[in-house]
Design a protein around this ligand. Structure first.
Ligand code: E4P
Length: 217
């Protein structure tokens, strides 16, 4: 399973990238706002050191404008994935841009049928939002499972990019279900290394070590 980082915070991406943990990056208008940076400038900087797909999202609502925005974003670097919302105009944009050879990430997916139609429109990635479904008492992971089954039934090549990941358990469950990619905030990716028994065990080892009076260096 590939790891994408869901942020436009360049320092946070660099830290994970140096550890080889970054297979790609996703951004959205809210994350650009949070970064306080210009979208073209920050996206270019991210693409200068991340080798995998970097998603940059269009903000127009009408297809011809979305296509123009998508082409401009795609011109930033060859590894840009143009992110479009799962609307009818977004699907038209997906079809045009993917036919032109650009990667397209269809975002804001909340149903299996939306994922099906995005695959038909040539999406490179489909982004189902787990956390936001959980927020309204629906099961985001069920959706990932349904999409996995549908895509496998018909051998669709669209990659399932599980998004709106809020916890380490979401990551584990996506891996068990067989999502192709997860995109998660840096803090969630870092939390995968944590376990309370690791902390407790280390504390005890260090206490006992101190009693030996020994040093390694
Ligand atoms: C995905 O591409 C989105 O940027 C993101 O995962 C949304 O997550 P949120 O629901 O936590 O805002």
């Amino acid at each position: 399973m590939k790891f994408f980082v869901d942020t436009a915070d360049v320092d946070a991406i660099r830290e994970l990238n140096d550890l080889g943990m970054v297979d790609g990056v996703t951004t959205n208008p809210s994350l650009i706002l949070k970064s306080g940076r210009d979208i073209l400038e920050v996206t270019k900087e991210i693409c200068s050191f991340v080798k995998g797909p970097v998603s940059a999202e269009v903000v127009a609502l009408e297809a011809s404008e979305m296509i123009a925005e998508g082409r401009k974003l795609a011109a930033i670097a060859p590894n840009i994935a143009v992110k479009v919302p799962l609307t009818w105009d977004g699907l038209k944009t997906c079809k045009v841009l993917s036919s032109e050879g650009f990667m397209v990430n269809v975002t804001l997916c909340f149903s299996a049928n939306q994922a099906l139609i995005a695959a038909k429109a040539g999406a490179t990635f489909i982004s189902p939002f787990i956390g936001r479904l959980d927020d309204i008492n629906l099961d985001g992971l069920d959706l990932i499972g349904d999409i996995r089954t549908i895509y496998d039934n018909y051998d669709f090549k669209t990659q399932i990019l599980a998004a709106s990941i809020r916890s380490a358990n979401h990551v584990k469950d996506c891996a068990l279900i067989g999502a192709d990619v997860i995109t998660a905030p840096p803090a969630v990716i870092k939390s995968l290394a944590s376990h309370v028994l690791t902390d407790k065990g280390l504390e005890q080892f260090l206490k006992d070590w101190a009693k030996t009076g020994q040093k390694i260096l």
